[in-house]
Design a protein around this ligand. Structure first.
Ligand code: ADP
Length: 479
């Protein structure tokens, strides 16, 4: 019998504190228990908020050099440990090793970028309209930030929220997704090892449904940065508005990828396969609607179907695997329900089969839904799995109309060799991010990330734009 590690604890102030031990299970192999992680209770949550509030007094006025040093050192430690952290990520979340390691590297780079932002933070000075008066605009930290993250990027998303929160002098109560506490625990441990003072980041693990309201309602929480589903995000945004707390929500997507008759077919197939199916399609930026003009539609579906059938599904830890497992039973069953729905709505399904492997896991082959129309539920609801549909359109104008016909607006892509169409699409796509001849997923850490409509609420994340959420402006007049 495998020996169990000690329970991984929550971090409250300078204490690692136990709680209800909860197993963390590998989606590629249900027999593999990664470890036990302590779920916090409401009183521990209160203590975490109090620790963050107390630490704010000194961290908020610490030298930018201090904040630079901690974030830069943490980034270095993450990069040095990319292989072990990548292994942990692949094991608990199920994305393949190459993607998991790349995510770890990204988290390291993100922390290094925000180390630099700490020393780059500057304000404005302007002449007053009144003689002899100076006007200064400065930026201050917001206060104690609650950071609530999802399971699909278990180290990169926490890094791109914790990085700016800490760089600009905020303190944090961090509640990671219940499915992926391992990466969160490792990240917080590394921040402490890098010299982060007591109480500046507090880790509380557990279910959002149990801890969420107490966290959001605490008067000591000044802002909430959330990434997750639309219903939870809307609920959080409404609750924060009611309590006049600053809030930032990144939610779902139903991202279109337009393929025009003049596209380079190799580029288009590569972008669609990557965008739709890599990371098992479990990305809010996944290309889930492939909108293809009629001149190239037959050729496209033939090439896509062949490529989809050739993708190797298997354990995330096997270097030969291209598509890892779905994250858990709930998500797996939801994918199967959507495949049933697609069938009932009249789509033709290529792939989408349960796959047997040497280990028991949530293996599903990628699915391409053909002969679909924009009004089908499979083209309107976010599926969040390895399932993408193809919609045939007459021409570019119809493609743009269908691409924008969604309640979401995160990322939108187009494959074309026409400069005119690329330029027009960049202008007309109703999305926060537009990709030309690239997958809808895959974004740079130094550029703003976010969407419109049901996809995002509040200021952008990442890059220099992150300061809009994590700092608050003060205008000072001196006579
Ligand atoms: P997903 O379906 O991807 O798990 P969720 O929106 O349910 O998306 O979860 C994203 C994050 O939000 C997780 O950390 C989860 O625990 C948390 N969460 C879920 N419900 C609530 C809630 N009512 N209040 C605060 N956080 C929540």
């Amino acid at each position: 019998m495998r020996q169990r590690e000690a329970v991984h604890c929550n971090l409250i102030g300078d204490q690692w504190v136990g709680g209800a031990p909860t197993p963390n299970v590998n989606p590629s192999d249900w027999a593999d228990e990664i470890g036990l992680y302590a779920h916090a209770d409401a009183s521990q949550l209160g203590a975490a908020v109090a620790a963050a509030r107390a630490a704010f007094e000194t961290w908020s006025v610490s030298s930018p050099q201090t904040r630079f040093d901690v974030l830069d050192r943490a980034g270095t430690l993450i990069l040095e440990r990319r292989d072990t952290l990548g292994q942990l990520l692949a094991r608990e979340e199920g994305k393949i090793l190459a993607e998991a390691t790349a995510e770890v590297v990204r988290a390291g780079m993100v922390l290094k970028f925000f180390a630099g932002e700490a020393v780059r933070m500057a304000g404005d000075r302007m002449d007053s309209v009144r003689q002899g008066v100076d006007v200064e605009v400065t930026r201050e930290p917001v206060g104690v930030i609650a950071i609530i993250t999802p399971w699909n990027f278990p180290i990169a998303i926490p890094a791109w929220k914790l990085g700016p929160a800490l760089a600009f002098g905020n303190t944090v109560v961090f509640k990671p997704a219940e499915l992926t506490p391992g990466c969160a625990h490792a990240l917080v441990s590394i921040l402490r090892e890098a010299g982060l003072p007591t109480g500046v980041v507090n880790l509380v693990m557990g279910r959002g449904s149990v801890l969420g309201d107490a966290l959001l309602d605490s008067p000591d929480i000044d802002g909430v940065s959330f990434t997750g589903s639309v219903p939870t995000g809307r609920r959080i945004a409404a609750r924060c508005a009611q309590a006049t707390k600053r809030v930032q929500c990144e939610m779902g997507g139903k991202n279109p990828m337009v393929v025009l008759d003049d596209a380079d077919m190799n580029v288009a197939i590569a972008a669609c396969i990557n965008g739709a199916f890599f990371s098992t399609g479990q990305r809010c930026t996944a290309s889930s609607r492939l909108i293809v003009t009629k001149g190239v539609h037959e050729r496209f579906i033939k090439a896509m179907s062949e490529r989809v059938a050739s993708l190797k599904v298997g354990s995330a830890l096997d270097p030969a695997t291209e598509i890892g497992p779905v994250v858990d039973q709930k998500q797996f069953e939801s994918n199967l329900d959507y495949l049933d729905l697609a069938h009932n709505e009249g789509a033709k399904i290529v792939g989408g089969q349960k796959v047997k492997q040497a280990t028991e896991g949530w293996f599903l082959s990628p699915a391409l839904l053909l002969d679909t129309t924009p009004s089908m539920r499979v083209n309107r609801e976010e599926i969040f799995g390895p399932i993408a549909s193809v919609i045939r359109v007459a021409d570019y104008e119809e493609a743009v109309a269908v691409a924008n016909d969604t309640e979401f607006g995160l990322s939108a892509g187009i494959c074309t060799t026409s400069l005119r169409h690329a330029r027009d699409f960049k202008r007309r796509a109703r999305a926060g991010m537009v990709m030309v001849n690239l997958p809808t997923a895959g974004v740079d850490y130094h550029a703003p990330f976010g969407g419109r409509r049901a996809s995002s609420f509040g200021p952008r994340e990442q890059g220099s734009y992150a300061r809009e959420f994590y700092t608050i402006v003060k205008t000072c007049y001196t006579g």
